[in-house]
Design a protein around this ligand. Structure first.
Ligand SMILES: NC(=O)c1ccc[n+]([C@@H]2O[C@H](COP(=O)([O-])OP(=O)(O)OC[C@H]3O[C@@H](n4cnc5c(N)ncnc54)[C@H](OP(=O)(O)O)[C@@H]3O)[C@@H](O)[C@H]2O)c1
Length: 301
């Protein structure tokens, strides 16, 4: 099978596509023929060597989220059949034609959700839904989402709106119409953010930080209670300001709930697609921190 691998830590062009042996599913696992696979900031960190706890052995495959069809069943798997469309989280092997995962972690893909959008939603949905749960966001809240046009911000905004919250979302000016379409009031980030939030006339009651230290400090300065400020980016700044670090672990049931909303058209995710052969360009787009939608690799069967 073809897979994206890297042989040393470094810039995007350490990545290349090679042929490696097909993986075989073990007991309780399924093999998935991947048709679309997301690329995350986490993958960029792994490739750069900035995730010391990620078990890397060169040549190393990469990728944490996939959508595809079940291709083979390991011993004891009864709830899934060859040909079922599925999606889910995986560990360092998603950017490949085939991968093996525990059947228990697989989520069924609704037929009316396309494979690229399904792959695009995997990590962002679990992070966003877990963060909103941890922050207790609901009816009557005014949630400030930092990096609202990012993949996590996109899902968090829509889920918070569905839960009855008002959302203010920070983004660069080019993304303001997109943030508005997602249901949030757009504001710029950087030094104009605080004045722009005050200009809305709304007092934020909670904040989700997908940007970093400046956004955390601004959330505190806006008078949001520190226990309702959560970051998914900066543990050090969180400790300095006494705000929450949101871990929002992987949970197939939470993912399935967001996927069901996406299949109903209630959660949308714009996609910027690349063929697997352009994995270097895909990583460049994510590393730029200004991709035009969630970056997804398309893997032709
Ligand atoms: N994806 C996950 O499941 C996950 C899980 C845990 C942690 N994280 C972390 O959360 C962060 C966001 O992840 P993501 O997947 O949503 O990233 P993403 O899709 O690559 O989006 C990055 C966003 O950051 C915005 N941005 C860039 N510079 C900014 C600044 N100075 N202030 C505010 N916003 C800024 C960009 O907005 P504009 O394009 O409008 O400029 C862009 O929309 C990353 O640091 C990532 O490591 C992500």
């Amino acid at each position: 099978m073809r897979a994206a691998v890297f042989d040393r830590f470094g810039p995007p062009d350490v990545l290349h596509v090679v042929h490696i042996p097909d993986p075989q599913p073990g007991p309780g696992e399924v093999r998935v023929r991947v048709l679309a696979a997301g690329v995350q900031p986490f993958d960029v960190g792994v490739r750069q060597g900035n995730m010391p706890w990620a078990k890397v052995e060169f040549p190393q495959t990469i990728g944490q989220e996939y959508a595809g069809v079940v291709d083979a069943l390991g011993e004891g798997v009864r709830d899934l059949a060859v040909g079922d469309p599925v999606l889910g989280s995986t560990m360092l092997n998603g950017n490949a034609e085939l991968l093996c995962v525990a059947a228990a972690n697989v989520v069924r893909k609704p037929h009316n959700l396309d494979f690229p959008t399904a792959a695009a939603l995997v990590a962002a949905s679990q992070t966003a839904s877990g963060a909103l749960l941890e922050l207790g966001v609901g009816e009557g809240d005014v949630l400030l989402v930092h990096a609202a046009a990012g993949s996590v911000g996109t899902v968090a905004t829509q889920l918070a709106r569905l839960a009855g919250a008002t959302v203010i979302g920070s983004a660069s000016f080019d993304n303001h119409s997109r943030v508005r379409r997602q249901g949030a009031l757009p504001v710029p980030y950087g030094e104009e953010l605080i004045a722009a939030v005050r200009d809305t006339g709304l007092q934020p009651t909670a904040a989700l930080d997908g940007a970093g230290a400046e956004a955390i400090a601004q959330s505190v300065a806006l008078g949001i209670s520190p226990d309702r400020i959560g970051t998914i980016v900066d543990d050090k700044a969180a400790a300095e300001h006494g705000v929450r670090v949101v871990r929002a672990g992987r949970d197939p049931e939470r993912l399935a709930r967001v996927i069901a909303l996406a299949a109903e058209g209630k959660v949308l995710m714009p996609v910027q697609a690349f063929p697997l052969s352009e994995v270097v360009e895909a990583h460049r787009a994510v590393e730029s921190r200004h991709s035009h939608g969630k970056v997804v690799l398309i893997i032709e069967p």
